[in-house]
Design a protein around this ligand. Structure first.
Ligand code: NI
Length: 177
């Protein structure tokens, strides 16, 4: 079911989300939440969504970016369901990149993120996930996991002159990610 996405200013986006308890892995309840997250993300052409964005205060994120014929050089990210994530940066390198967010519709900002990192966690059945990633994949994971700690990307922008409406910056409306 497609759910409403909370928007910046809603206090529920500022909470520290609760870990998914062991008892919830493999349950119909968790599967229903994830199905709603997938439906909602797909309906908005998003690259990722965190459970708090639909009002569920749990440490669950989903993300994934398929091949887009309009952007043949864009990096793809495998569709992933990630519960109770732990992120560990690899090395000191940071990279600036433009981000949008379904909770901040119509806008983009230039955000520094760790260029490489390892992330661990589990899928919705409790099976372990352990990956080392870089570039766009690393950026998407950092953006989504920030939502679990109540952080929206505008708080990460270092130079607020690099924050504005997508159409004004890029000359066209783009998906909100
Ligand atoms: Ni977001």
């Amino acid at each position: 079911m497609i759910r409403d996405v909370l928007r910046m200013g809603d206090a529920r986006l500022l909470r520290i989300a609760e870990p998914v308890p062991q008892t919830l892995f493999g349950s119909a309840e968790l599967q229903a939440l994830i199905t709603d997250m997938q439906d909602t993300m797909a309906s908005l052409n998003g690259a990722g969504l965190a459970a708090p964005q639909i009002g569920a205060n749990l440490r669950v994120v989903i993300f994934g970016v398929g091949a887009n014929p309009r952007y043949p050089d864009a990096e793809t990210v495998p569709f992933t369901i990630l519960c109770n994530p732990v992120l560990t940066p690899i090395g000191p390198e940071m990279e600036d990149g433009w981000e949008g967010c379904l909770s901040v519709p119509g806008m983009r900002g230039l955000v520094p993120r760790h260029a490489r990192l390892r992330y661990t966690g589990t899928d919705e059945r409790g099976q372990p996930i352990d990956r080392e990633v870089s570039g766009f994949h690393a950026r998407v994971v950092q953006h989504e996991c920030d939502h679990l700690d109540g952080i929206l990307y505008p708080r990460r922008i270092r130079d607020l002159s690099q924050f504005g409406f997508t159409r004004e910056i890029f000359g066209e409306d783009l998906a909100d990610d």
